[in-house]
Design a binder for this molecule. Structure first.
Ligand SMILES: *Cc1c(COP(=O)(O)O)cnc(C)c1O
Length: 395
């Protein structure tokens, strides 16, 4: 027996649920790429993306996924042989560093682990040793979607400044933009990247890079890794086709326009607060379940858990049966563990177009699965989530 028919829930950390409004906005004919409507669309998007990143710098839009944005950021600020420092706290900073290596940079990783955020003191100590200033860029994920840690970017910037180091700070905000505060200018982030398919509620296929003046100056002075498609200077050109280095990904842009309108009409601060409240409800449920001993939070310190995704470790059992139960029997697709945790973790995404019934429904299905599969767990997880919600959301 299965009760999965009905609207399927996608509780994976990207691609996330695309709102019907966004899908509808894409359901239209292509338009001329040289005329008024399209120019206006582009102008609006290029003006609005920096508002989301909270920067007075520029934003660039690429027809690519997040990996493309990684490459775009690196290509514009690095030269062959440049040394970079990655700050691992899961898999994504390392993945970004691998891309840099493949492009001709030399990557070093600051030792880190999967259960805690980047340690700013360790970073400061490492940078103080780099007296020759060999490290040209520092790469970190604000939220690492594998471990579900939330890194403190302001503290990381403070560590760089305390060491008096001149490296650029490059931040992967793919799983944090429009889900947690992202203060590019206030935190003095030089380059930030994101993708369309997570907090931005748009289908996969667009990515964004925001760059401040210091980063754009690097591009002009000496970045010799750059190729035409990623090149900011070319994209700063006046012709409309230059903004995309060719035909714009029109339908994704139609969808993005509607998604941004939805985010701005809710209010960015409210969007972030909604994510916090829903994440608190998820954490309240998991807190209860872990009492049974078979599950645990991947991130040890409650203050360092992301508001967009929660990674749950399974102690001594493979989560596959639980994920299969949720999907096949109940219609909820949960995230698998990634980066070597496929057999020891699963992930609950609460990112983008999510509300209380989606989160409560997902938690209810997980709890039903824990019961049906006889996985030891503390009872009352959903009730704890309801308590948390009812305290946060008042009449
Ligand atoms: C999803 C994700 C990426 C990669 O994005 P793709 O679109 O899959 O290339 C990079 N960084 C983080 C933190 C992510 O969550």
């Amino acid at each position: 027996m299965s009760v999965s028919n009905g609207r399927a829930f996608l509780a994976i950390p990207g691609p996330t649920t695309v709102p019907d409004e966004v899908l509808r906005a894409m359901h239209r004919p292509a338009i001329d790429l040289y005329s008024g409507d399209h120019l206006e669309l582009t102008q609006g998007l290029l003006a609005d993306m920096p508002k989301l990143f909270r920067t007075t710098g520029r934003a660039y839009i690429y027809a690519s996924n997040g990996h493309g944005a990684w490459e775009a950021a690196l290509a514009n600020v690095l030269s062959r042989g440049d040394k970079i420092l990655t700050l691992p706290s899961g898999i994504f900073a390392t993945g970004w560093g691998d891309v840099a290596e493949a492009m001709g940079a030399a990557a070093e990783a600051l030792p880190g682990d999967w259960h805690s955020p980047v340690d700013p003191q360790k970073l400061e100590d490492r940078l103080r040793k780099d007296e020759a200033g060999e490290i040209k860029a520092i790469l970190v994920a604000q939220v690492d979607t594998a471990s579900s840690v939330a890194n403190d970017i302001a503290a990381i910037r403070a560590a760089i400044d305390a060491a008096g180091h001149d490296a650029l700070l490059l931040v992967d905000a793919v799983a944090s933009l429009a889900t947690m505060p992202c203060e590019m200018d206030a935190w003095d982030v030089d380059v930030a990247v994101t993708g369309s398919q997570k907090g931005l509620m748009t289908p996969p296929g667009l990515s964004f890079v925001a760059a401040n003046d210091k980063a754009r100056e690097r591009r002009r002075m000496n970045a010799n890794l750059v190729t035409r498609y990623w090149d900011w200077t070319f994209r700063d050109g006046n012709e409309h086709y230059m903004k995309y280095c060719g035909t714009p990904p029109e339908h994704l842009l139609f969808g993005l326009r509607t998604a941004l309108d939805m985010i701005f009409s809710e209010g960015v601060a409210n969007v972030i607060e909604r994510h916090r409240i829903l994440a608190d409800a998820v954490r309240a449920a998991v807190e209860r379940w872990v009492e049974g001993g078979a599950l645990s939070f991947n991130i040890t310190d409650p203050a360092c858990r992301a508001n967009s995704v929660t990674t749950v470790r399974t102690n001594g059992f493979n989560p596959k049966a639980l994920l299969d139960y949720a999907r096949e029997k109940c219609g909820v697709t949960l995230g698998i563990g990634i980066g070597g945790t496929e057999d020891t973790a699963f992930r609950i995404a609460h990112m983008g177009h999510v509300n209380a019934p989606m989160v409560l429904g997902t938690l209810g299905v997980i709890e039903a699965g824990l019961k049906a599969l006889d996985i030891p767990h503390g009872k009352g997880g959903v009730e704890a989530a309801i308590d948390s919600l009812s305290q946060a959301v008042k009449p």
